[in-house]
Design a protein. Structure first.
Lengths: 384, 259
């Protein structure tokens, strides 16, 4: 039994596997960096590193054929290889202490990053006008079609449909009230223009309001641009049509409707991540060096409101001084509206300390290993 | 695995390499068959890549996480803010969600809503005719009373009237404290398709509501009372939400990383 297991594990401890993985990693980094020019950082990260395989689509088909291992496979193979090699050749001795520490640091780093990647919220942004209070942050890349049950006087029930489910012709069954959303049209990126700016009356568009229409745009991968989708949707209950609306994420106004005595709203907007607490912007400061326009400091004085934890305190967020609260980290990222609006970057990374600890382990391991070699070398020279 | 020693009572040890008592041409076969055997024995040199890939394909299938899930969660009651994303400044804000209540008369069938219509009803009349009732609202003064009434007149092939002439044909009432203007217009005599419009224009503080019923003259006559009751049942809730869209910034938000 164990010999069978050993036979399976033996190739995993092989140094050849390590070399293979490192070579794959080099290829991924090289090709990914080149492709980033066209598709932007976020997309490149998702395609090359946060994936199991690189896929190839033959022309005129919808097939996705894996042709190269992606970041997850290469990373996890390296991790397993390192751990297995240690188990197979485990020899606790002082001579090996340096290498053990070094490799432990490396293992911790890989595991920590894998954990952060798989289980953690995306980075999001909280945009606050002076005096505004928000208990949610918004995604920079993803949108949602939110159907909100507003019947209860104390709370709203949000049903969030990710934009990856929205395609021309999709039929989505909601888990409540036998509601069904049918997507009649979906533009993954769109621009809002006035009706008379259409090239022709028959040009495909969605009427988003009395004056505004949405026209389809190519999806953008540029750093500073955000895709703003628009959708034409219909809601059915038990097969009966309740209403048809055109919605635009660029102008997210919730549309109310009633179904069977219950009040609902539907809206297409950037994906929201609600927090159990609220943040209020008291004042944003953009200090400049006297007499110049060069920025000296950006800071947001905010108020943190968390009734459950009896928190009601002020805090100052400025460059390199984020607010860490309940697993979230709020960084000063941007500003708008003539310095009256602040943009905070919200990150959630429970393993944020892991890179520090693992780098520490690696440094100590290296010092130990090379120190021991140096010491024995010096000793030999002295004797000789 | 060829193990020809078991019948001689020797424990079935995996025999590797050119041990004695084996015909020469069996060496190659034994070497291939007995991979990763006893330590110290001559092992096959190549990596069983197929086994590794199989293991990972299995792991992949298990771990494929689905980010397409629909999430359902509760949040404390929100005030509705209509915020404009930068880049679409300069557009008229569309009418906000429905802060009006009304009482639907008997016999009026609710119809699917649309972005223009906040209320939509169909009324069945005699001789298989039907009437259509719409409720819409537009911010500000929505262009003014006269242009809108003239728009309805043009739908019935009637000529437009000047402001002062219109004032004579409009009936003024109050609905829940809101000034309301009632209009009753009909296609001209001997029109090929006789039609009649009953209209009510309700002038609230932040927007103008239009309630319009269209149908054949007979149907409208039979529904006139119900239409008036419907209009009189309108009650407007206070607008508590921050409706003003964030004006300004046709520029994108600046980053603190910009030079």
């Amino acid at each position: 039994m164990t010999s069978e297991l050993a036979r399976w594990l033996k190739p995993i401890t092989s140094l050849k596997l390590t070399i293979f993985c490192l070579a794959c990693a080099m290829v991924l980094v090289f090709v990914g960096t080149l492709d980033q020019v066209h598709i932007g950082v976020f997309e490149a990260e998702n395609r090359y590193f946060k994936s199991f395989f690189l896929f190839f689509t033959p022309p005129h088909t919808d097939l996705r054929i894996p042709w190269f291992p992606g970041g997850y496979i290469v990373g996890s193979l390296l991790l397993v290889n390192l751990i297995a090699a240690h188990i197979a050749r485990f020899r606790l001795s002082w001579k090996k202490a340096g290498i053990l520490l070094l490799h432990s640091g490396l293992i911790l780093l890989l595991v920590g990053q894998l954990f952060a990647d798989l289980f953690v919220d995306l980075e999001s942004q909280m945009r606050l006008d002076q005096g505004q209070t928000k208990n949610y942050s918004e995604s920079l890349y993803y949108d949602e079609l939110a159907v909100i049950d507003t019947t209860d006087p104390d709370s709203d029930r949000v049903i969030s449909i990710p934009d990856s489910r929205l395609h021309h012709g999709s039929k989505i069954d909601l888990p409540v009230d036998a509601l069904q959303v049918v997507v009649n049209e979906y533009y993954s990126n769109s621009a809002l223009i006035s009706q008379d700016q259409l090239p022709s009356p028959n040009y495909p568009h969605l009427r988003v309001g009395p004056m505004a229409v949405a026209v389809q745009l190519e999806k953008t991968y540029k750093e500073n641009e955000r895709n703003l989708p628009s959708a034409g949707v219909s809601i059915f209950q038990n097969g009966q049509l309740i209403g048809t609306w055109s919605l635009a994420a660029g102008f997210p106004r919730p549309v109310s409707f009633q179904v069977g005595g219950k009040g609902y709203q539907i809206v297409l907007r950037p994906k929201r991540f609600y927090k159990p607490f609220a943040v209020q912007l008291l004042q944003f400061r953009h200090d400049r060096y006297a007499g110049t326009d060069v920025a000296k400091n950006f800071s947001s004085r905010i108020r943190l409101l968390d009734p459950a934890k009896h928190e009601d305190r002020e805090s100052l967020i400025f460059m390199n001084n984020p607010l860490r609260y309940r697993g979230y980290t709020f960084y000063q990222a941007g500003f708008d509206n003539n310095d009256t609006t602040t943009v905070l970057q919200v990150a959630q990374n429970p393993s944020w300390l892991v890179p520090y600890i693992s780098c520490g382990l690696i440094v100590v391991g290296m010092l130990l290993q090379f120190g021991m070699h140096l010491f024995s070398f010096v000793k030999r020279r002295v004797i000789a | 695995m060829a193990d020809t020693h078991s019948d001689t009572g020797v424990s079935p040890v995996i025999v590797v390499g050119p041990r004695a008592r084996r015909p020469c041409h069996d060496h190659g076969r034994d070497a291939r068959v007995t991979q990763g055997g006893m330590p110290g024995s001559r092992r096959s040199r190549h990596l069983p890549v197929s086994r590794i890939l199989l293991a990972y394909a299995a792991a992949f299938a298990l771990v494929s996480c689905n980010n397409d899930k629909i999430e359902v969660y509760l949040i404390p009651k929100q005030g509705v803010t209509v915020a404009m994303q930068s880049g679409s400044a300069g557009l008229q804000p569309p009418p906000p969600s429905n802060p009006a209540k009304w009482v639907k008369p008997e016999g009026w069938n609710e119809q699917p809503l649309s972005e223009m219509r906040l209320g939509s009803f169909k009324v069945d009349g005699p001789n298989a005719t039907s009437g259509d009732v719409s409720v819409t609202a537009f911010p500000g003064d929505a262009g003014g009373l006269a242009p809108n009434v003239n728009r309805w007149r043009s739908q019935l092939q009637l000529p437009a009237l000047a402001e002062d002439q219109l004032q004579q044909s409009i009936q003024r009432i109050e609905v829940g404290g809101v000034p309301t203007y009632l209009v009753d217009i009909q296609t001209p005599e001997n029109a090929p398709k006789p039609a009649r419009i009953l209209g009510a224009v309700l002038d609230t503080s932040d927007r103008v509501w239009f309630v319009k019923m269209t149908g054949s003259p007979d149907l409208i006559e039979s529904q006139r009372e119900k239409f008036l009751d419907f209009v009189k049942s309108f009650r407007f809730t206070a607008v508590t939400d921050g409706q003003a869209p964030e004006t300004g910034s046709s520029n994108k938000p600046k980053s603190t990383n910009d030079k």
